[in-house]
Design a protein around this ligand. Structure first.
Ligand code: 3PG
Length: 391
């Protein structure tokens, strides 16, 4: 794919799709600015090279209507604090946007309001895409986190403008692509999170390439059930038990070492401050719900990760937002930080966990995409990337 290094942007208006879908608290303070920081290399390079930059993004899911709660204004404010010469347009394609786009000079930037205030964005409406495209001479997509969505600002605009990738998309594809295509072995994948159904595609695809697949988190209870275990009140997808059996069989057929928990921390109530017991994973008592992997499992998982030369991790090992049930996720994060391996974290909750636990700078690559990195691990084509026409 062509990147911004392959095109001349001097004196041009460049529409840049970024993923500024950052978490905000009730007072609209940004609580994690990873995605903002990750977009800076592309933005700064374009500004340095004399482009007039028009930034656009979504934030949250406002369902096609203006809603102050989802305004990108706090992001514009933050970019200004970070030293960017930037203005904020109070709408997406209205008077404010048009005036800001007309006024923006080479070396300056404007951030448009939340694209999803228009339902046309997610519908990939051609007229809406055309209007966005009319603001610029060139399109740059650097929104890796949104690359799995074929929306007007990711796919639609590429029908009307020359379209190339930004540095963040380039880096994400490069690092993850290399790890999957030609991994240093042993190649270990660690999957967690709540639902097997969300991860079927990922498990299927990873079973084709990994040496070891570790499964923790709530989805492990469905696998324990498939093995004939008792899981008490733990979350189980009854209709996925058969599938779990098939996946275990596939692991066996492919010679993949499938590692499941041997013990769990269980609780009677879904909250942090409650009594907890350590139980055998195949024998969780009635009335008790698995909330995290147990101490023996933490050791086993860490040992497998220590043996690896490539590790890919997606999904927490327990209810890590409750500190009393964060040990499992912490243990995996620590093992990854200590591993002498290429370590990749596929966005979302596991990325947040690693940041929160302070291990981020010891991980080779933390993806800025949750859903996008999952689809990438599934081996799917990302429409936002496929659409880049390299003209
Ligand atoms: C994300 O946070 O995963 C991306 O910004 C995409 O958001 P979406 O799931 O609302 O499309």
């Amino acid at each position: 794919k062509k990147t911004i290094d392959d095109i001349d942007v001097k004196g041009k208006k460049v529409l840049v799709r970024v993923d500024f879908n950052v978490p905000l608290d009730a007072d609209r303070n940004i609580t994690d600015e990873t995605r903002i920081k990750a977009a800076l290399p592309t933005i700064k390079t374009l500004l340095d090279r004399g482009a007039a930059v028009i930034l656009c993004s979504h934030l949250g899911r406002p369902k096609g209507e203006f809603n102050m709660k989802y305004s990108l204004e706090p992001v514009a404010k933050r970019l200004k604090e970070l030293g960017l010469p930037i203005t904020f347009a109070k709408d997406v394609i209205g008077e404010s946007a048009k005036a800001a786009v007309a006024a923006v000079k080479p070396g300056e930037a404007v951030l448009l309001e939340n694209l999803r205030f228009h339902k046309e964005e997610e519908k990939n409406d051609p007229e809406f895409a055309k209007t966005l495209a009319s603001f610029a001479d060139v399109f740059v997509n650097d929104a890796f986190g949104t690359a799995h969505r074929a929306h007007a600002s990711t796919e639609g605009v590429t029908h009307y403008l020359p379209a190339v990738a930004g540095y963040l998309i380039g880096k994400e594809l490069d690092v993850m692509g290399k790890a999957l295509e030609n991994p240093a072995r042993p190649f270990v994948a660690v999957l967690g999170g709540v639902k097997v159904s969300d991860k079927i595609g990922v498990i299927n695809n990873l079973l084709e390439m990994v040496d070891t697949l570790i499964i923790g988190g709530a989805m492990s209870y469905t696998f324990q059930r498939a093995k004939g275990g008792k899981v008490g009140n733990s979350v189980v997808e009854e209709d996925k038990i058969e599938l779990a059996k098939e996946l275990m069989q596939k692991a066996k057929d492919k010679g993949v070492n499938l590692v499941l928990p041997v013990d769990n921390e269980a609780a009677q109530e879904f909250k942090n401050d409650t009594m907890r017991i350590t139980v055998h994973s195949m024998d969780i008592p009635e009335g008790w719900e698995g909330m995290d992997i147990g101490p023996e499992t933490r050791k086993i998982f860490a040992r497998e990760i220590a043996k690896a030369k490539t590790v890919v991790w997606n999904g927490p090992m327990g209810v890590f937002e409750f500190p009393n049930f964060a040990e499992g996720t912490r243990a995996v994060a620590r093992a990854m930080a200590e591993a002498d391996a290429v370590t990749i974290i596929g966005g979302g909750d596991s990325a947040a966990a690693v940041e929160q636990l302070g291990f981020a700078d010891r991980i080779s690559h933390i993806s800025t995409g949750g859903g996008a990195s999952l689809e990438f691990l599934e081996g799917k084509v990302l429409p936002g990337v496929a659409a880049l026409n390299d003209k």
